[in-house]
Write a protein that binds this ligand. Structure first.
Ligand SMILES: OC[C@H]1O[C@@](CO)(OC[C@@]2(OC[C@@]3(O[C@H]4O[C@H](CO)[C@@H](O)[C@H](O)[C@H]4O)O[C@H](CO)[C@@H](O)[C@@H]3O)O[C@H](CO)[C@@H](O)[C@@H]2O)[C@@H](O)[C@@H]1O
Length: 563
């Protein structure tokens, strides 16, 4: 008898290459979000564009679905959608990294050679900053990395707390031709971006003052520091210092990525922020849901800045062990300063649209008070949806109370099934036919004064699954949109167990992890809904089924069969 594997293996490849869904006992694995084949993944590390190839490294446990044995895994892509997994780039081999090769960044040096700075944690978890260089810089795949014999380059001395000293940023070049880098830390209970200078990328000197610090927060993990253009639509290289620019400082703490905007004077390394982290009610976050330890890079190919973030699980470690994996990366997002100049805006990279297939659209539909409208005909568990709402009758909006400053709490108290005046209206995603399972991504509008309104965006996971033991926290954000003059837009990327949503053209982002019991694969449905007492108009809705991205190990990369 012929070996059935002779035809079964090529058939599986053909199906995968053509985006055809196969029956799977893994309903929560994603189709177009980046995941390693198995095991634990956390922070994105050292993303870069080099010689025509996009590189993503990430914190990875080669042995289990639980954090530990942290290694830099490495994948490459030509379009940030399809990925090829390569051999690991950095594994813990030296005493200064006995407990893992932790997070870090890549910098393209003046001779066009890429360099990685990363944190090593020794057996006592004391942290050191280290350098690795490619073995062969003319290999665009950068397959092999050599650790510097001078490692560790930066040790935790003086007032630096050795257990809280990690995650070097991409370096930037000052007018004095010295490289600068910041390392996240906590000194005297305050979050801090410790600044270093170097001429040769090997010998680093600590600056007298940190780049920035805040007494409102503890440890800053995974800082990121980069310029954004005030009036341009391109991203900027990390070393750009001239022109109409502001600088973004991002720090990861309290399970969220927070950022501030400010002006940076490279000559003196002074950074003056417009508002500080968590001060005076200010709390700007990249994403108000699950999104952590992110890192951005300048894509010189398309002149844009791209952001990646780690999306954790919301299930238990026992669930992760059963699934055999834990952790996703967000869709790469292009990130810019918004028109107001007061906040950043993010949008999924354009290349993602190549996965869109079957489209369903509605134009100018009245969504009556109390109605639920099914969006049929697409793969609702694997979809890209754009919807925009036009509102009239805003005078009926409920009054905003000045004490309502926490959007998450507001969403929790005004849940999707509750009735309001203007809203809740939005989408019910990964919903079962009978709606007992549903994740609601929606808006409510409140009146602040006269004709000033506040738009609240929520992602309500409380009914996302009939399963117990999951984190079903509701998330919320205010969206800086004027509903009198503008439409309220929402884009949601739905990928089996992740709902990544962009409100107000990317002014507010909320990512959620959900694990429906019934609403999986073909049993998932998509609806638009309005639980407000006022009708709202759907100006346009477009929903697409999404194909599966091609993700293969290097050895298995093949051309799809012809015919
Ligand atoms: O991989 C190390 C790099 O990751 C970073 C940022 O993600 O440090 C993570 C850190 O802890 C990982 C750990 O979870 C704990 O920290 C998370 C993020 O701060 C919290 O969300 C979580 O609730 C905490 O338990 O992840 C495992 C499971 O979630 C848990 O076993 C870990 O403690 O790694 C360090 C060592 O544990 C710890 O100090 C960090 O918080 C980055 O800073 C590192 O370079």
């Amino acid at each position: 008898m012929k070996n059935p594997l002779n035809w079964a293996i090529p058939l599986c490849f053909w199906l995968a290459y053509n985006g055809v869904e196969t029956v799977s006992n893994q309903p929560y694995r994603t189709a177009f979000h980046f995941q390693p084949p198995t095991n634990w993944m956390n922070d994105p590390n050292g993303p870069m564009y080099y010689k025509g190839v996009y590189h993503l490294f990430y914190q990875y446990n080669p042995y289990s679905a639980i954090w530990g044995n942290i290694t830099w895994a490495h994948s490459i892509s030509y379009d940030l959608v399809d990925w090829i997994h390569l051999e690991h780039a950095l594994s813990p081999t030296e005493p200064y990294e006995a407990n893992g090769c932790w997070s870090g960044s890549a910098t393209i040096l003046l001779d066009e050679k890429p360099a990685i700075l990363y944190t090593g944690a020794n057996s006592k978890n004391q942290q050191f900053q280290n350098l690795a260089l490619p073995k062969n810089k003319s290999d665009p795949l950068l397959k092999e990395w050599i650790k510097s014999p001078q490692n560790p380059l930066i040790a935790p001395v003086d007032d630096i707390e050795p257990l809280n000293f990690r995650d070097p940023t991409t370096a930037w070049l000052g007018p004095d031709r010295l490289w600068r880098v910041i390392v996240g830390g906590e000194i005297g209970g305050r979050g801090v971006a410790i600044l270093y200078h170097s001429e040769d990328f090997v010998n680093w000197t600590r600056s007298k003052s940190p780049l920035h610090t805040s007494n409102e927060t503890g440890m800053w993990e995974c800082p990121d520091f980069y310029p954004v253009s005030i009036n341009g639509s391109n991203g900027l290289d990390t070393s750009v210092q001239d022109g109409l620019i502001k600088h973004v400082l991002k720090a990861s703490f309290n399970d969220n990525d927070h950022y501030v905007l400010g002006s940076y004077i490279p000559g003196t390394d002074t950074y003056s922020v417009e508002t500080n982290f968590l001060s005076n009610g200010s709390d700007m976050r990249y994403d108000y849901g699950k999104f952590y330890a992110s890192k951005s890079f300048y894509d010189s190919n398309k002149k844009r800045r791209i952001l990646w973030g780690w999306i954790k699980e919301s299930d238990s470690e026992a669930d992760d062990t059963t699934k055999g994996w834990s952790g996703l990366q967000s869709i790469p997002r292009s990130i810019l300063l918004g028109e107001s100049g007061r906040q950043l805006v993010q949008w999924p990279i354009k290349e993602l649209e190549k996965l869109r297939t079957k489209q369903v659209s509605f134009d100018d539909v009245n969504l009556k008070s109390g109605s639920v409208l099914e969006v049929p005909g697409i793969t609702a568990a694997q979809a890209d949806i754009e919807i925009s709402f036009r509102l009239s009758g805003l005078k009926e909006a409920e009054e905003m109370n000045v004490s309502w400053i926490d959007p998450r709490l507001l969403c929790e108290e005004n849940e999707a099934l509750g009735r309001g005046a203007v809203g809740p209206f939005g989408l019910l995603v990964l919903a079962s036919k009978d709606l007992t399972e549903q994740t609601a991504v929606y808006f409510r509008v409140f009146r602040k004064q006269y004709d000033k309104y506040v738009v609240l965006m929520c992602s309500d996971q409380s009914r996302s699954s009939l399963r117990e033991g999951l984190d079903k926290t509701t998330y919320g954000a205010f969206v800086d949109v004027d509903p009198l003059r503008e439409m309220i837009s929402l884009r949601s990327l739905i990928d089996h167990s992740i709902v990544e949503s962009f409100g107000g053209d990317g002014k507010a982002c909320i990512t959620a992890r959900v694990y429906p019991k019934m609403a999986i694969n073909q049993e998932a449905h998509l609806y638009a809904f309005n639980n407000g007492s006022m009708d709202v108009r759907i100006s346009r809705l477009s929903a697409w089924s999404m194909k599966r991205a091609q993700v293969v190990p290097i050895q298995k990369r093949r051309k799809p069969p012809i015919g």
